[in-house]
Design a binder for this molecule. Structure first.
Ligand code: ADP
Length: 495
């Protein structure tokens, strides 16, 4: 399927409503992780390009965008959302090409994004404040103001989803945006610019500049013209960002890593739990912070679950991302492949038992790509590195436990606190355990149910603030309190 709106060229940046060549960035090949070869020439921004993008965003913020009524902003956002819905196939294909995600998954993921934009459009004219009850001498009330120019820094695993989670609330709040997409998978974010342009956003409201993190990203973070950074990525990068943003007292929201516990009690519907648990480690080739990479299994059903992981791994079709039959594509880039393989070695060295997988896939014309087998380790001790550190590959750590207290202790025994899942047939246990888990999102008898309206974000080292839901607007808004005297009298202090 072709579209006039989304040409297959990505060699220009989108700044101030125009497609421009990088000033001091450049154009270079973006690697198709299924082949290891460049598949598209893509524009990358440098320092001067970020400066231009921030200036354009500032001008749009001070000019048309913040003055526009919320319902007018909503109209443009809805046009954009409709265009997005009409271009799911193209966007999903570009994303799969760039990050290697199986097209069947990309279609489902990208197919939901338009609704994020619609939902945030519907909030654009509803950000009222409140009146503060005082005495008769004053009328006190609050209003909500957009925070200003937002730098959104997105990761390589789900560029379009991360953009939707940030652009939706930012635009609804009346902010303008510089979107810095990850250097490994920039193409789909540039394609997004074509739809921004066609939807009729005023020039500069959204600017799209992929670029290298330590150069373009760091410059965006330190830039005095940027009011807030909305970031998804690694905790170590977040620490660097905090340091770089300190001088300008940036506002931050962070969506960082996870090592989610996926707990299966013996009283659960184990077959359903296995559907969720296997899917939730191997989906996206393991490259999502929400995935249940630690599968905690109550001891009476542990051997059965281990055996099912082995059997089900054999059914996973690893293959080319654009083949509709493929379940699991490659890792999105070479460094990630190397990281996953190194953790598999670590697991073996730690004494965990390799149940299935554990190697790079070299067959059937896949040897040039970054494919790795769906992998599971059994006999995993909760303190092993493969149970503590985020691998971001398709590697399950199957950990046995006895009873609720031990399940909760293991679940909470990492520095992360993003998501968690639990399976049980006992409604009381569902409430008890969910209530004790240190995670920003807990699923019971389901997994990875994530929508525009459900707040998502981390406790502990998994992040600051929430994305999605009404809550996510808070980090794109400031509160102003206005106090008006009803008398206009002010006593002379020196009388
Ligand atoms: P990963 O290691 O998984 O690639 P990162 O946290 O490094 O995750 O990357 C997430 C995003 O952060 C990417 O867009 C990347 O370019 C950006 N990034 C990396 N380093 C910096 C930095 N020093 N300042 C700002 N952004 C950065």
């Amino acid at each position: 399927m072709t579209s006039e709106l989304i040409p297959q060229t990505f060699d220009k940046l989108f700044i101030g409503g125009r497609w421009v060549s990088p000033v001091d960035g450049g154009v270079r090949g973006s690697i198709d992780p299924a082949t290891g070869e460049a598949w598209a020439e893509v524009a990358y921004g440098g320092i001067a390009d970020i400066d231009l993008a921030v200036a354009a965003a500032r001008e749009a913020f001070e000019g048309p965008w913040r003055r526009m009524a919320g319902w007018e902003r909503a109209q443009i956002m809805r046009r954009f959302a409709d265009l997005y819905a009409a271009h799911v196939e193209q966007l999903a294909t570009i994303e799969s090409r760039d990050n290697g995600r199986a097209i069947r998954e990309s279609r489902l993921d990208v197919g939901m994004h338009a609704q994020y934009y619609h939902w945030y459009a519907s909030l654009a004219d509803k950000m009222g404040g409140r009146t503060i009850p005082m005495d008769d001498s004053v009328h006190a009330f609050t209003t909500r103001l957009p925070v200003g120019v937002v730098g959104t820094i997105t990761p390589w695993n789900v560029p379009l989803m991360a953009a939707a989670w940030k652009l939706g609330p930012a635009l609804a709040a009346g902010c303008t945006v510089v979107l810095k997409a990850a250097e490994q998978t920039p193409a789909s974010s540039l394609a997004l610019g074509r739809l921004i342009e066609a939807a009729g956003f005023p020039a500069g409201v959204v600017n799209i500049v992929p670029g290298d993190g330590p150069v373009a990203g760091a410059h965006l973070v330190a830039h005095p013209g940027v009011d807030k950074i909305a970031f998804t990525g690694e905790g170590e990068t977040a620490k660097t960002i905090i340091r770089n943003g300190a001088e300008t007292l940036k506002r931050f929201s962070f969506e960082l890593g996870g090592k989610a516990p996926h707990i299966i009690f013996a009283d659960a519907d184990v077959d359903q739990a296995l559907n969720a648990a296997t899917g939730s480690v191997w989906t996206l080739c393991g490259q999502s912070c929400a995935l249940g990479s630690r599968v905690l299994v109550e001891r009476p059903i542990y051997d059965h679950v281990v055996e099912e992981f082995r059997k089900r791994a054999a059914r996973v079709r690893v293959g080319m991302p654009l083949d509709p039959a493929t379940h699991m594509g490659p890792q999105a880039h070479l460094q990630q492949l190397e990281k996953t393989l190194s953790y598999i070695d670590i697991g073996k060295a730690e004494g965990a038992e390799l149940v299935t997988g554990g190697a790079r896939v070299e067959r059937d014309g896949l040897s040039g790509g970054y494919f790795v087998e769906p992998t599971a380790f059994a006999a995993v001790d909760p303190n092993m590195r493969i149970a503590q550190e985020e691998i971001f590959g398709p590697v399950a750590a199957l950990i046995p436990f006895d009873g609720e207290d031990e399940a909760v202790a293991i679940a909470n025994g990492t520095r992360y606190g993003l998501t968690a899942g639990l399976w049980t047939g006992d409604v009381g246990r569902a409430h008890r355990v969910a209530n004790r888990i240190e995670a920003g999102m807990v699923w019971v008898n389901t997994y990875r149910y994530i929508r525009w309206s459900t707040p998502y974000g981390g406790l502990k080292a998994s992040g600051w603030g929430r994305e999605n839901g009404i809550e996510s607007l808070d980090s794109y808004l400031e509160t102003r309190t206005t106090v008006i005297s009803t008398t206009g009298k002010f006593a002379d202090p020196y009388a």
